[in-house]
Design a protein around this ligand. Structure first.
Ligand SMILES: Cc1cc2nc3c(=O)[nH]c(=O)nc-3n(C[C@H](O)[C@H](O)[C@H](O)COP(=O)(O)OP(=O)(O)OC[C@H]3O[C@@H](n4cnc5c(N)ncnc54)[C@H](O)[C@@H]3O)c2cc1C
Length: 638
């Protein structure tokens, strides 16, 4: 590094989002980007490049190998592993590689319900396509789900294709059973309609069948003179040019050389704009170590607060997953290709995966509850909106080993936090996803919401499959037994559930008044030039595996930055974008949405009773509640 150089952008973390962001920004040769990665370069390691070896870098030097705090909401208070990639490409170097599956409605909500101007399905799906280089499926691919090339990119940095192996169990038994049970198998999910079962594209380059990820994208452009990637460079904090309130301006990033090449003396780099892309376990801690966060957390660690922003480190969540659900069959499962076959997923709205009784009882609880602890009201409203508009809230992930279908709640209501608790800049953060912390009253019972939904949905799903031919003809055993009484089944689910490794949040992109840490320009509130671009900023958990959306966020963020800087980007979405939100005025409206819904998701006139009333929803009286319950119960049977 040239000690006097001031880069246009300095990025902390060369992971999924940060590295793709750097690559897109440096398409303009006049833009200089430095990107600092705490991990080393694993790009030639077969455990990273060969798709079938996925997971092999867990607990190696390429993994932060963090653990959550003890979790009172899980069986035996189990702490959960929090695996995150620590290498070029970040967690995209270790993940399970499912590409994209975001629904149109739920991304449109970013703009319409959450006031995130310019963030909607159109802009994010465009950004996703621009990240993608899609290869048409091989001859053996499932015929049930044919890709529509119009929904895919052809010149992006991340290859995608359908897998070359197809598990006969899925194509010959599960899909026909679901069709027999009356469920549509969606077409190409990249069009925004994601509900249903089928195969998804994987992030694989079909030519040599290697993993395609942010690291391989970097390999293709690593000779760019304006892109400077430093490995073994662990960012500790932001250095400030000004900490005057209203003009808090960063000068650069301080980092430690962890390679041993130097003696860990603190180094620094300077830039006009600072971007944190250190992921859910890295970005919020860097902000806190820089004096941005809650004084209650900073002052005991002798960190002088620079911006009082208590939303830093909040809104972290991990969809609760049942990690083990073996099914047994009386035929031997065959692979046509002999390898990896896990990208078969079934996404279901609550209406399709709960009994009418359960669905109605849960709808009553949602309709009569204005807020829950640990969740911003804006996020709760989004959940209600998705619930009543039939968006997918439960996923069944069919495992490559073929003996399991692993269900999980796509959008947990329980949220926790990620914070520092040590003045040692290299210490691990305290990660608390706070599983099963939201309780709900369903009928006469008080239950942990996420566990209840997971258990009821799983039992319903397996019961349905067990009675739908041709799957029912080969299924010999379900474990837990789907015929168990619901409370016993729930106990079995409880004993098997934990992380899905799909953590997002920690620095929510929301209006400041709605608990946000960054605005729609990714700018940290109260600062002039510090932004966050990674999975931390998702305003709520998407109903999807997060990697595809993380790439889309990176590309969309690059366009916003290009427009702010006035460089080569052609982004014209919102010409009014400003470079600062220090005096952000974005406010989440007190009453949202204006539309109300009946239990089947149909909009009803605002004057109707017994419906979702939005954030300002009042609690109903006992009598009203009984009438409401009767109404939804009756409606639900039609
Ligand atoms: C085991 C596993 C399986 C998964 N499977 C899937 C899947 O099948 N499909 C899917 O869609 N998603 C999957 N995910 C989730 C998905 O991979 C992540 O959500 C996504 O990659 C996160 O991207 P990110 O940019 O936010 O962070 P990351 O990709 O984690 O990038 C953060 C980067 O910052 C670096 N960093 C951290 N702190 C510092 C610091 N102080 N200084 C410098 N650098 C730092 C890290 O080393 C890392 O390289 C999986 C995750 C895991 C752990």
């Amino acid at each position: 590094q040239n000690a006097t150089q001031v880069y246009d952008y300095a990025i902390a973390g060369a992971g999924t989002a940060g590295l793709l962001l750097a690559i897109v920004l440096t398409e303009d040769p006049s833009i200089n980007v430095a990107i600092l990665e705490a991990g080393s370069d694993g790009r030639t390691n077969p455990n990273i490049t060969i798709p079938e070896l996925r997971g092999e870098i867990i607990d190696t030097e390429y993994d932060w190998a963090y653990y959550s705090t003890v979790q009172p909401g899980l069986y035996e208070n189990r702490s959960q592993p929090v695996n995150r990639g620590k290498t070029i490409g970040g967690t995209s170097a270790m993940n399970w590689m499912i590409h994209n599956e975001d629904s149109r409605i739920q991304l449109d909500i970013w703009e319409s319900l959450l006031n995130l101007t310019g963030w909607n399905w159109e802009t994010l799906s465009t950004a996703f396509r621009e990240s993608e280089m899609f290869f048409a499926p091989p001859v053996n691919a499932s015929s049930a789900e044919q890709p529509d090339l119009a929904n895919h990119g052809s010149s992006g940095y991340i290859c995608s294709t359908l897998q070359r192996s197809v598990l006969s169990l899925l194509s010959d038994y599960v899909t026909p059973a679901l069709l027999n049970a009356g469920y549509a198998v969606p077409g190409d999910r990249n069009g925004g309609n994601v509900t249903g079962a089928g195969f998804l594209p994987l992030a694989i380059c079909p030519g040599n069948y290697t993993r395609s990820y942010a690291g391989s994208a970097y390999t293709a452009v690593q000779d760019r003179k304006n892109l400077h990637l430093y490995t073994n460079a662990q960012v500790t904090n932001i250095s400030w040019a000004s900490t005057t309130s209203g003009n808090v301006t960063a000068r650069g990033l301080n980092f430690v050389d962890t390679s041993g090449r130097t003696s860990n003396t603190s180094l620094s780099i300077h830039a006009d704009e600072i971007i944190l892309s250190a992921g859910i376990a890295g970005s919020a801690p860097i902000l806190e170590r820089s004096g941005i966060g809650s004084p209650d957390i900073l002052m005991p660690l002798n960190i002088t607060p620079v911006v009082n922003l208590s939303s830093v480190g909040t809104g972290l969540r991990d969809p609760l997953m049942m990690q083990y659900q073996p099914l047994q069959y009386n035929f031997s499962v065959e692979f046509t290709g002999g390898e990896y076959a896990q990208n078969y997923i079934d996404l279901r709205p609550a209406q399709d995966v709960l009994s009418p009784f359960d669905y109605n009882a849960a709808s009553v609880w949602l309709n009569t509850t204005a807020s829950v602890p640990g969740l911003e009201d804006a996020q709760f409203q989004v959940f209600k909106h998705l619930w009543f508009t039939r968006q997918p809230l439960i996923e069944m992930a069919w495992q490559y080993s073929s003996t399991q279908s692993m269900p999980y709640t796509l959008i947990p209501l329980s949220q926790g936090s990620v914070h520092i608790n040590s003045s040692d800049p290299l210490a691990a953060p305290v990660i608390d996803p706070n599983y099963n912390s939201v309780t709900a009253t369903i009928g006469n019972e008080t239950v942990p919401w996420d566990l209840w939904l997971l258990s009821r949905a799983s039992q319903f799903y397996v019961t349905e499959l067990a009675s739908s031919p041709p799957f029912s003809e080969v299924l010999t055993k379900t474990d837990p037994d789907h015929n168990l009484p619901p409370t016993e089944y729930q106990q079995a689910v409880f004993e098997r559930s934990g992380t899905s490794q799909h953590l997002t949040g920690g620095l929510p992109m929301l209006p400041r008044s709605a608990g946000g840490a960054v605005d729609a320009n990714m700018l940290v509130y109260g600062t002039q030039n510090v932004r966050v671009v990674d999975g931390s900023i998702f305003p709520y958990q998407p109903s999807a595996h997060p990697m595809g959306l993380t790439y889309a966020v990176a590309v969309h963020a690059a366009k916003i930055l290009q427009q702010i800087k006035g460089s080569m980007g052609t982004y014209t979405e919102d010409p009014q974008r400003s470079n600062s939100s220090s005096n952000a005025t974005a406010v989440f409206p007190a009453v949202q949405p204006t539309v109300t819904y009946d239990v089947r998701g149909s909009a009803v006139p605002a004057s109707s009773a017994a419906v979702f009333t939005g954030g300002a929803g009042r609690l109903v009286t006992g009598k009203e509640r009984w009438i409401m319950w009767a109404v939804v119960a009756i409606l639900g049977w039609f």
